[in-house]
Design a protein around this ligand. Structure first.
Ligand code: AMP
Ligand code: MG
Length: 396
């Protein structure tokens, strides 16, 4: 059995970037990773623009200007201003070539066709110069950048319609367990509604990765081998749920051995998720995740996320880790490292009730995990703990 840190180091050491890329329309690029640095095809802004509602001035020493026209956003006119003249102008409108500053309207008083300025104005004030955000020919977004809403919009503002992104790894889910039924079926004695498929599918979707296939097998060696064999044919990553522990009906380890999967590690000194398996078959990866739903998700966030990131050319270590004070005392004599479902609020963190690995309810309420290293702790309220922020949460 190895430590959390050793296990993570092995994930990093054994992963590599998939170099296959694809060209996608911008609208399909949320959470995709740029395969090339992007060259700006134009200056942003492309024209010198007013950043205020006010008056564009051809500066002179006096404080009074005569108004000779108006330019609003979208207009293409370029009125010629003599020294001491101005035009009414609005935010986003093109500043006339002959104007060298804009004064905001709040700093002026108007009197018919004249304005008086009650502030000091310098050349260039309130003008967004051509290329001041981005220069044509520069590379504002580099290879490896994850495209979020802002990145997509930024590229759109450059008039870019398609981008080359790293192909997301192909991921197949394999769910094991005789007891599993779908929520469409009637619940009968001995069965449970299966939930790890939607859990993993949604967690992958959140990373911009669509699940390639979802397969199920009963707890038999033959069935498990068959379903895993198929999964390896068409995937970069196989995520198995359940059947990896030491029970008489846990066949995943045996099936992986039969399929000549090379074990990188099996069993981590952690709670939840001790019987976690990570292996490789040529350039394909497999994680066998313990079936208890909270173990499955915890292992996904801590170990699978960094692997997926690296496969897509990112060096991310996974969930963002921060240090935060506890809202309560916390004592534990647990020899294994703990990942505790927790809630972050007002820059403090509270460990939630219901930490058993079978309990999803606390995970459903959590926005973070608290990491407690091996061999227990005795912490007072206010003590700092390491917190892993769950993805895409809005902290309250
Ligand atoms: P296992 O890892 O196969 O020993 O399963 C551990 C526990 O997780 C058992 O109580 C299973 O019923 C439960 N479990 C396994 N797979 C799933 C699943 N896909 N959805 C919900 N619970 C599951
Ligand atoms: Mg099972």
């Amino acid at each position: 059995m190895i430590s959390v840190e050793e296990a993570l180091a092995l994930v990093f050491k054994n992963s590599f970037a998939i170099t296959k890329t694809e060209k996608l329309p911008l609208a399909q690029c949320l959470n995709k990773i740029l395969a090339n640095s992007i060259e700006a095809p134009l200056n942003l802004p492309s024209y010198k623009l007013s950043s205020m509602d006010g008056y564009a001035l051809n500066l002179h020493d006096a404080h009074e200007y005569s108004i000779v026209g108006e330019v609003k956003a979208g207009d293409s006119i370029n009125p010629k201003l003599e020294i001491g003249e101005c035009v009414r102008i609005f935010t986003g409108a093109v500043v006339p070539d002959s104007a060298n500053a804009v004064v905001m309207q709040e700093k002026t008083t108007t009197d018919g066709n004249r304005i008086k300025i009650d502030t000091v104005i310098k050349s260039g004030d309130n003008i967004r110069p051509v290329g001041s955000q981005v220069k044509k020919g520069s590379f504002p977004l580099k290879k490896g950048q994850v495209l979020q809403a802002s990145g997509m919009a930024f590229l759109q503002s450059l008039g870019i319609q398609q981008v080359e992104v790293f192909k997301a790894p192909k991921v197949t889910l394999v769910l094991t367990g005789n007891e599993l039924i779908s929520s469409h079926e009637k619940l009968t004695r001995g069965k449970i509604y299966e939930s790890n498929s939607i859990l993993l599918e949604a967690a992958l979707h959140q990373q911009g990765i669509e699940t390639q296939r979802i397969s199920f097998t009963e707890d038999t060696l033959k069935g498990t081998i068959e379903v895993l064999k198929k999964a390896f044919l068409s995937s970069d990553v196989v995520l198995v749920s359940g059947g990896i522990s030491v029970g008489d009906y846990d066949f995943v380890k045996q099936a992986l051995e039969a399929l000549k999967v090379k074990e990188v590690f099996y069993k981590v000194r952690q709670r939840p998720g001790k019987p976690l398996f990570f292996g490789k078959k040529e350039n394909r990866f497999v994680f066998a995740l313990p079936g208890n739903p909270a173990s499955t998700l915890s292992c996904f966030y801590v170990y699978v996320l960094p692997l997926l990131a690296r496969l897509r050319g990112s060096q991310s270590q996974g969930l963002i880790r921060v240090s935060m004070p506890l809202t309560h005392d916390f004592h534990s004599k647990e020899p294994r490292a703990l990942f505790l479902k927790a809630h972050v609020e007002n820059k403090t963190v509270t460990v939630l009730d219901g930490q058993h690995s079978s309990m999803l309810v606390s995970f459903a309420r959590a926005n973070a995990l608290v990491y407690i290293p091996e061999n227990g702790v005795s912490l007072k309220k206010g003590a700092s703990v390491e917190v892993l922020l769950l993805p895409n949460i809005i902290l309250t």
